[in-house]
Design a binder for this molecule. Sequence first.
Ligand SMILES: C[S@@+](CC[C@H](N)C(=O)[O-])C[C@H]1O[C@@H](n2cnc3c(N)ncnc32)[C@H](O)[C@@H]1O
Ligand SMILES: O=c1cc(-c2ccc(O)cc2)oc2c(O)c(O)ccc12
Length: 355
Amino acid sequence: MELTNGRSFDKLFQAHTLVLNQSLSIAGLMSLNCAVELGIADLIHSHGGPMPLSELARSIPIPPEKAPSLRRLMRLLASHGVFAAEPDGNSESETAYLLTPFSELLLTKGTNLSAFIRVNSDPAFMKPWFHMGDWFKRKGSTPFEVAYDGKCVWDLTKQRPELNDMFNDAMSCETCWVVKAMVTEFPQFFRGLKSLVDVGGGTGASARMVAEAFPDVKCTVFDLPHVVATLPESKLVNAVGGSMFDSIPPADAIFLKSILHNWSDEDCVKILKRCKEAVPPKEEGGKVIIVDMVINSHYPKITETHLFYDICMMIGLGGMEREEHEWRKIFNNAGFNDYKFFPILGVYSVIELYP
Ligand SMILES: C[S@@+](CC[C@H](N)C(=O)[O-])C[C@H]1O[C@@H](n2cnc3c(N)ncnc32)[C@H](O)[C@@H]1O
Ligand SMILES: O=c1cc(-c2ccc(O)cc2)oc2c(O)c(O)ccc12
């Protein structure tokens, strides 16, 4: 038959479902962003137990006629595991909502990932996605640069402080979460160090966490001058402005989290050469600690996240996510022949390079 082209009707409708599903996947991200804007996770948390929809509607608060829309929003979010839904014990027709491990990561108290959701659903940061097709047909640059008249992320954030703050807050909330896990569960990476420089350390979140957990380690955050200029005075960490392509302040260890995936292979080699100049030899405890992604195919959700990030790096920064053999090539080209991969932090691996 013409329509099925030899395929079963079921197969055809599975494909049809996938096309419709993918073409509306924005509903997932933007509904999540809406939940962040409305502070729904905090409201359920303050309620202290399963929260009936009507109470949630009153606490946001929303006009009564929007309650059915809130029910639809919560139904989608619950189907994605953001919240859990159960029948309300006091009313047959109502549903009550609870937090899940996902929405616990949205609570403002503590380390939360709300700023990360906000940046990825912000119109200014979404704009480059609309220029992807156009960019493919041209030479050079990135979709971000096509969207912003040749400006890269760092040019735009330098020019627009509100975007600088939004980007840095997003990076730092996510990093706090990861580095907190690292210092508590894997302290061996930092033990014995006398000094550490967090290169591209943004708001200094990682450096502060390491300094708090290891008071003997002198911690420095090194980033572009316009980023370092926004940091408050701190007794805990030094802040140094500059470019990692020029020179990096010396230390026992250089820490690079979510830096190298922003850059091309050639730029990564340049950065790592500067890192090598900044640390003492392995025998004296020198090392570079990288926290970044290594594409693998062990867990489908992790692999999918790596591939999403890879495209995000392509549109935003001209960077990429890499497989282990691609990382090895970069390390060797930068003069590091001794390194170890530790796939221990979910989507992230820790990689130690020894000079
Ligand atoms: C994706 S963010 C990562 C921030 C932080 N390491 C984290 O994981 O949250 C990249 C950082 O690199 C910084 N950066 C960009 N170009 C740089 C350069 N040439 N020298 C130093 N830092 C740079 C940016 O300002 C930004 O803070
Ligand atoms: O999660 C992100 C998002 C970006 C990003 C998104 C959209 C743009 O137009 C530019 C950048 O950049 C990131 C990044 O550089 C990083 O190292 C980690 C996460 C993200």
